[in-house]
Design a binder for this molecule. Structure first.
Ligand SMILES: NC(=O)c1ccc[n+]([C@@H]2O[C@H](COP(=O)([O-])OP(=O)(O)OC[C@H]3O[C@@H](n4cnc5c(N)ncnc54)[C@H](OP(=O)(O)O)[C@@H]3O)[C@@H](O)[C@H]2O)c1
Length: 242
């Protein structure tokens, strides 16, 4: 059964990233079919207002801005997608061995992949309506699945995404009490051609363009019902082990 998001606003956090950019474009243009939203709000480190995971005040201010945008358009916020994430960069590279574990890298990867999204929950989830369908989706990764970990490596990224999955599951329980029609999930987008995956996208992996991945993820979100809340779901709609 297909449940559409009723006419309402969508908010994408991490709108400057590969997946975030494609999600905003499809939600705005209606290329996502029935997921086309009458208002798409986009936040990133370079938007106005800007969000900064190192500053809870920036998230509080962003929530106030989003609430005002919705009120001004007489729309409720019906869709939240958090598309932020960190794997490699100036703060370090994913570890191949426990001998490479580094406190600075671990702190950063946990801040971007788990603590930042947790603060988004704190400030943005209260904006979702208490009645009717609403969806909150947090971009996670299959490698955050403990049950699926056969290869090892990538300690910090795996652990931070596992932490995110637990945060999503926990928030989903509270969201259901608040609004039984709500859906709160962690998403695995598959391997997508973005800056995050670029150094690691080996041949043989199914690397998809961000536009394709965004379309697939929006189609999955459309089909989710309250029965699915709390799950880690991949871009084909399959539920993955935690
Ligand atoms: N690409 C893949 O193959 C793949 C696979 C599995 C899971 N994922 C997950 O999918 C999500 C999107 O990734 P992507 O591929 O689109 O990567 P990306 O192009 O590198 O985008 C990363 C996003 O994270 C944001 N970000 C990074 N550091 C931040 C910080 N300190 N504070 C706030 N925001 C920060 C960036 O914000 P700005 O826009 O402000 O720069 C950007 O929007 C991530 O959660 C990633 O873990 C991706």
């Amino acid at each position: 059964m297909n449940f559409d998001i009723p006419a309402g606003a969508a908010l994408v956090i991490g709108a400057g990233g590969g997946l975030g950019t494609a999600l905003v474009a499809q939600l705005s243009s209606g290329a996502g079919g029935a997921m086309a939203c009458p208002a798409v709000l986009a936040l990133s480190r370079s938007s106005l207002p800007a969000i900064d995971y190192g500053s809870e005040a920036s998230l509080k201010a962003a929530a106030g801005w989003a609430a005002a945008q919705c009120a001004g358009r007489q729309l409720e916020l019906r869709l939240l997608i958090v598309a932020t994430g960190f794997l490699h960069g100036a703060q370090g590279q994913p570890e191949r061995s426990f001998t490479q574990l580094d406190a600075g890298y671990l702190a950063h990867v946990f801040q971007v992949n788990a603590i930042g999204p947790a603060l988004v929950m704190k400030h943005i989830l209260p904006l979702l309506p208490r009645q009717g369908r609403c969806v909150a989706a947090f971009m996670s990764a299959r490698v955050g699945s403990i049950g699926d970990n056969a290869l090892g490596g990538w300690y910090g990224y795996r652990a931070s995404k596992a932490a995110l999955n637990q945060l999503v599951k926990t928030a989903s329980v509270e969201m259901t009490r608040r609004n039984p029609q709500s859906v709160c999930v962690a998403l695995h987008p598959g391997t997508v051609d973005t800056a995050l995956s670029q150094p690691f996208a080996k041949t043989g992996l199914n690397v998809r363009p961000a536009e394709q991945a965004a379309g697939e993820l929006l189609a999955v979100l459309q089909g989710l019902t309250p029965v699915d809340t709390g799950a880690l779901v991949d871009y084909q709609g399959a539920k993955l082990a935690f």
